[in-house]
Design a protein around this ligand. Sequence first.
Ligand code: ATP
Length: 196
Amino acid sequence: MEHFCIYGGTFNPIHNGHLHLIRAACAQLSFSRLLVIPTSIPPHKAVRDLASNRDRLEMARLATAGMEKVWVSDIEQRARGKSYTILTLERLRAIFPDCRFTLLMGADMLESFDRWHRWRDILRLADIAAFARNEGEELLLEQKAGTLGRTRVVRVEPLPLSSTLVREKVRRGEDISGLVPEAVAAYIQEKGLYRT
Ligand code: ATP
């Protein structure tokens, strides 16, 4: 049976913490494909500091180029309306009816998961694999996993980075070369993203 991992996020921009999670998933989970899915923003809604759909997609592609089994998908950006995980899952299920799905997420997302739109339906269609973002989060993660069910915690040394930190550094004109892959840093520079 095919098994897809689904890794959704704003990816504004994708950074080494995201890639660390992807590499840990590749090393510790067995699956046929890992889909990185940047969320969409409605075209009429310019959010300060949020790069366009196309730029976020492109940076995700640059960052994962050459990673076997990893695909960047624009499924949420092509869809109308809000990027709800359940809708994406239902769409994927319609295309791949015999596929098993696992959602990948960091600790912050798992923490808020039972406030997501139709979260119980999500758990009917998919398992969850959760990853710590900071030292010392694993106990809380394990507890939450136990309450939700269908959730496993993937043990990996955390890499505490955020897109917010990357954007702040770009705004201050600081070096981001240790935080994002080289190709992403070059893209941000060339397009003048996150400067204001
Ligand atoms: P922002 O700082 O803009 O809020 P972010 O760094 O949290 O962004 P997102 O694109 O919102 O990044 O995250 C997408 C997914 O990746 C979420 O499930 C989040 O928990 C996870 N994630 C983000 N950073 C890390 C990290 N350093 N380690 C593990 N998981 C992470």
